[in-house]
Design a protein around this ligand. Structure first.
Ligand SMILES: [Zn+2]
Length: 255
């Protein structure tokens, strides 16, 4: 796992060469290359993108010409189109686009293990994949996991709070207790950390759902806040008010 200023990068290094999961921002590419050199002399062979956001795919423009980029179908589509709503992202140039796409799942057999890439629909966006390093017992969650923080759920890109909660629950049921978990953002985590994150999603969504059903407005719910247990979870990129608003809007999209 490489940590920088964007999403966490997962790296597989071995006899077959190097595979990276996500590549942060283009200006960091030289630093990423230097860090990869310290891990092994092998060539970069594959780049996986967990989803389309610029803090996970910004380096594609540099790494794309070196090795094939693999991602779920919607990642290529959204990178190619850009989005006025999500940070004003411009359409990505051709060399930054995934060249191998898939709808449901795909495996890369690399460095003596099966690296399974599985699409989980409508979570953080509509194109998120979780990467299971089945031999090393490591999983890269992409932005379906913000460790210890309220997440950004990109409703404009097909994200959904209840979908994200369901996906995380499904993933938890598949993972062995000693798995190492790379979150999209935050420190290397354990299964217990992911279970706590899941409980946060369930309980904060429940709180907002009940208040909304009782006829309270978004402003009232924001004023009342969330249970104290989750207070520190609003210290990250997404503040408590923004998280409440995301849940409220996501729930409203279905009703
Ligand atoms: Zn993201």
């Amino acid at each position: 796992m490489l940590v920088g200023s964007g999403g966490n990068i997962g790296v597989s290094v071995g006899a077959d060469g190097i595979l990276i999961v996500d590549d942060q921002f283009a200006p960091l590419a030289e630093k990423i290359k230097a860090a990869l050199k310290t891990l092994g002399e092998g060539k970069l062979k594959f780049i996986l993108n967990t989803h389309w956001h610029g803090d996970h795919t910004g380096g594609n423009v540099v790494f794309g010409p070196e090795a094939p980029i693999i991602a779920q179908t919607n990642v290529r589509k959204r990178l190619a189109e850009g989005s006025a709503q999500t940070g004003g992202a411009k359409p990505a140039p051709k060399e930054a686009l995934p060249v191998i796409t898939f709808d449901q799942s795909l495996s890369v057999h690399f460095n003596s293990e099966e690296i399974r890439v599985i699409h989980y629909p409508h979570g953080h966006t509509d194109g998120d994949s979780v990467i299971f390093f089945t031999g090393s017992n490591v999983v890269h969650m992409g932005d379906d996991f913000f460790a210890g923080k309220f997440p950004f759920i990109d409703l404009a890109s097909g994200g959904d709070v209840e979908g994200a909660t369901k996906n995380v629950g499904d993933i938890i049921s598949k993972l062995p207790p000693d798995v190492k978990i790379i979150p999209g953002h935050g420190p290397l985590s354990t299964l217990d950390d992911l279970k706590l994150y899941h409980r946060m999603l369930v309980e904060t969504t429940d709180t907002v759902r009940k208040k909304k059903a009782a006829g309270k407005t978004l402003e009232q719910i924001k004023a009342e806040g969330l249970p104290d247990e989750w207070k520190n979870w609003g210290n990250g990129f997404i503040k408590t008010d923004q998280w409440i608003e995301t849940i409220f809007k996501s729930l409203s999209a279905h009703s």
